[in-house]
Design a protein around this ligand. Structure first.
Ligand code: PEP
Ligand code: MG
Length: 580
């Protein structure tokens, strides 16, 4: 059988399937009958015992990681807390609330109280409570613990969807490939897969139904297909194809440290998008001009608790130091949409991408925003920091955020804590309403970076995660290029910089157009850097400008793609006048 989807991270691999079904609790609304109370209490006790055993095992495993062991010990204390235990029991026996709903209610009540606290340690404790709550609910449901952080053998992970918290802790050595039922080229799973160089095909309808654990499949993340029951001939053929693709990707790598200068001598800037504070990501700093997008939410998503000010400060300092004098553009947390925090219970929304996400959430949760801003300002003395806000739809939100940054700066001054007064403040342009008032935005910011992943979904009114509307999510829609052209012109006139940090910035088909529009700062995943530099070195800006003009006047995304593909093919053949 062949299943099809969208290839989002290239490669061809052969391996065994592991279906991944993370636990998401569903709470019982119906009350218990009086007769059910004893068995409900017994189920609650069993769940508690099971949760304690799991934590014991984890504590043993963490014996040589005292920081993590401390967190597990704190989780044990929460689990054994006599007051919460008593309240859960009395909800079950006195008010006939089912055990799952009783656990959720009591844990949520205490977590909400802790969240109100001014004390950062107490706020962190709230996410520990959420963690224990989830463990307890899972044990109650009889679901074994599953995560992707320690896999026993190499597998192709198949899932309905992966949360950023799943992918962020991925066991990179053992994940050969990724297949999901939802998601597309700009979903976070895709971005992580590309940055980890794990072949991935997303939006594969029916993958969970048709694929089973242990089954050998071929994952072709060039064509975008999954082949089940491969014959010996197919295995040989696809193995050869996999080697060819890897060789091509390796060839690109020779350009990792090349100067991105066009043939007519314009030095473009290639920046890095980073999403985690680990050595593998930070090693990329050596090959680029700076960090154009530091997705700080991964710090929250990677963690089983909400990181406090000190923890964030340490992380930001580490990133700034890794980049030395090169700029680091810290994006304030972009949570909501397809990114939910394990430690933060957010209300369900019918349209999360149109809901409380990005800066909207930061302004609604001022405690989290102020903590993050303080940590960033304190870290600013360690490098060249810029701050950027995501999902800005209106100037009043931007002005409010700027006021908070100024207030926190003043508070640091009063406390005698040093910070860098020259921090540039900018926004991501992702929402059409803000793109259309670029002439007013330019007066309020030092720079913008265009998040084409979101800009495209909002311009085209097509959910970037939903495979059913994939044909409508048109990365090469003429409107996208027209908006980019308008932003570039407006900001060039004011002498302020524009960059692109969406996936378009690393896309070899789109780079010539972006360069031609006058966008000479591109921020991308490390896996795209070498290929982008190779391409830039073959580019002639006069020709690129003509191309940019042309595509803004082509009628459909399909026509534009065909034009860009022809342009790219000439690059590869090296036979055009544009390329060497
Ligand atoms: C974007 O929207 O283009 C972007 C870079 O932000 P994210 O992908 O994190 O939403
Ligand atoms: Mg975005």
């Amino acid at each position: 059988m062949e299943l099809f989807g969208q290839p989002v991270s290239p490669g061809v691999v052969i391996g065994e399937v592991m279906r991944y079904i993370p636990f998401r609790p569903r709470l019982t609304e119906e009350p218990l009958s009086t007769a059910d109370v004893p068995s409900a209490l017994a189920r609650y006790d069993q769940a508690k015992t099971k949760a304690r055993e799991e934590l014991d095992a984890l504590e043993n495993k963490m014996a040589n990681d005292p920081e993590k062991a401390k967190i597990i010990a704190a989780h044990q204390d929460i689990l054994q807390d006599p007051v919460m235990d008593e309240e859960i029991r009395s909800l079950i026996s006195g008010q006939l609330v089912s055990p799952d709903a009783a656990i959720a209610q009591i844990y949520d009540t205490y977590a909400a109280v802790l969240r109100q606290s001014q004390n950062a340690r107490m706020q962190e404790r709230a996410s520990d409570l959420q963690d224990v709550r989830l463990r307890l609910l899972r044990c109650l449901a009889g679901v074994p613990e599953r995560n992707l952080s320690a896999l026993p053998k190499p597998v192709i992970v198949v899932a309905d969807d992966l949360y950023p918290s799943d992918t962020a802790s991925l066991d990179r050595a053992h994940v050969l490939g990724i297949v999901t039922q939802v998601g597309g080229a700009t979903s976070h799973t895709a971005i992580i897969a590309r940055s980890y160089e794990i072949p991935a095909v997303l939006g594969v309808a029916g993958a969970m139904e048709h694929l089973s654990d242990g089954q050998t499949v071929i994952l072709d993340a060039v064509e975008g297909k999954v082949l089940t029951e491969p014959s010996d001939e197919e295995i040989v053929a696809f193995r050869a194809k996999g080697e060819k693709v890897s060789a091509y990707l390796r060839e690109d790598k020779a350009y990792l440290d090349a100067e991105p200068v066009t043939r007519d001598g314009v030095r473009m800037k290639v920046y890095l998008n980073i999403g985690a504070v680990n050595d593998a990501e930070l090693a990329g700093a050596a090959h680029v001009d700076g960090c154009g997008l530091f997705r700080t939410e991964f710090l929250y998503l990677n963690s089983d608790h909400l990181p406090g000010e000190e923890e964030q400060y340490q992380a930001y300092r580490k990133v700034l130091q890794a980049f030395g004098s090169k700029p680091v553009t810290l994006r304030t947390m972009d949570v909501g949409g397809d990114k939910q925090l394990p430690g933060l219970e957010l209300p369900e929304e019918n349209n999360p991408f149109l809901g409380v996400r990005g800066l909207r959430l930061s302004l609604a949760r001022m405690d989290l925003f102020r903590t993050q801003v303080r940590a960033a300002l304190r870290a600013s003395v360690h490098g060249n920091l810029k701050i950027m806000m995501p999902m800005v739809g209106a100037l009043d939100d931007l002005l409010q955020a700027k006021a908070v940054i100024a207030e926190e700066g003043a508070a640091l001054d009063r406390a005698g804590i040093p910070w860098n007064y020259d921090i540039q403040i900018g926004i991501m342009v992702e929402v059409p309403s803000i793109a259309l008032i670029a002439d007013m935005v330019v007066q309020e910011v030092d720079f913008i970076s265009v998040g084409t992943n979101d800009l495209t979904q909002y311009l085209c009114a097509a959910d970037r995660m939903n495979p059913a509307v994939r044909p409508y999510y048109q990365a090469y829609h003429p409107a996208v290029f027209r908006v980019l052209g308008n932003l570039a012109r407006t900001f060039a006139a004011a002498g302020k910089p524009v960059s692109v940090c969406g996936e378009l910035a690393g896309d070899p088909l789109a780079i010539p157009v972006l360069a031609g529009l006058g966008i000479h700062k591109l921020s991308m995943n490390l896996s795209s850097v070498a290929g982008a530099k190779r391409l830039i070195r073959r580019l002639n800006l006069v020709e690129a400008k003509a191309l940019a003009q042309e595509v803004q006047n082509l009628k459909t995304a399909e026509e534009i793609k065909a034009r860009l593909t022809a342009f790219a093919e000439r690059t590869r053949e090296g036979s055009s006048s544009i390329y060497v």
